[in-house]
Write a protein that binds this ligand. Sequence first.
Ligand SMILES: Cc1ncc(COP(=O)(O)O)c(C=O)c1O
Length: 405
Amino acid sequence: MSNSEHNDWTRTGFSTRAIHAGQDPDPTTGAVVPPIHQVSTYKQDGVGGLRGGYEYSRSANPTRTALEEALAAAESGGLDPAQGFAFASGLAAEDTLLRAVLRPGDHVIVPDDAYGGTYRLIARVFGPWGIAHTPVDLSDVEAVRAAVRPETRVLWVETPTNPLLGISDVAALAGVARDAGALLVVDNTFATPYLQQPLALGADVVVHSTTKYIGGHSDVVGGALVVAAGAVLPGGLESPAGGTDVAGAVGFHQNSSGAVAGPFDAWLTLRGLKTLAVRMDRHQANAAAVAAFLVDHPAVTEVLYPGLASHPGHDVAARQMTGFGGMVSFRAGSEAKALDVCARTQVFTLAESLGGVESLVEHPGRMTHGSVAGTSLEVPDDLVRLSVGIEDVEDLVADLGQALA
Ligand SMILES: Cc1ncc(COP(=O)(O)O)c(C=O)c1O
């Protein structure tokens, strides 16, 4: 199934790909936006006579196909076309990927600072099914190499990390994964494909919570996987559908488990993707100004933003990203002070999630990362995380100023 007559979008610029790949005008009406195909099943022209390959909307739906092609093109500029898969949430995407590439007895290296839900999935859902894991500081490439076991099948990377904005060197970690015979999986949610292209740096699979910057308007939950052309299952694994390619195994599991993006959710996400570049430019300009304001503020003990020259991952981020993104975290000195700031902002809304046009503030220790309390991934209790939106930056700085006063 393909929605696109133009088969070489990977050679065009980022926004051209995001706006056009998989989204040719509708052949019947000329509609320039892919319709919402709110349908579960498709008329067959005789048994097995499928029109365009569509049979049943768990297996494939044209609106979802458009999103999957656009996401794949967004992540594979200049490369052989990757394959995209859209899911009902970021965690559904992660769950499907891990089931497709792991078997009991396998081992996964995870960041010691990852989104709490990812860690909960790997440790508490996959653990009882016989998957071992080791949390490692991924900014230390030698520590990652030392954590590799004969049964390591996945090296899971998140950069920048949620919520501490840690940076790891994707190209160096791709070397470690290659030597270990493991897949390199990169959660690109914070950076987005506009600012970071993990497949070009050697990743096998990119993961997204499209709920965040790609959707961009806090109105849809979704997830995606983008699998590099030629990625092969680790450890000599064969897919239940036959074959050893990761994309084939993911496609089989997406259909077999069925946690797919619905047509309206796919359409909203596709709409968000088209404006990703212009939104990210504003997000990161505002984030840089907010970070600079916080650095100088006496009530703030530390600012975590990869765009600051003082950030330990600044040089790597400057090399592998085209910008530093819209997330800023800071430490307020005590949990009480952090909770106080969260309670006092007025333009920054106290809420979980991130990446929408509106600015959000949260306390990771008690909110998004509550599930990792008591583990090695526990976050400092004086940490405040900001998702810096695209409002007028003077209003954002003034709001933080009054909340910290
Ligand atoms: C970095 C990262 N990855 C994955 C997820 C999970 O995505 P979802 O909430 O869409 O299931 C999140 C959610 O916050 C996230 O921040």
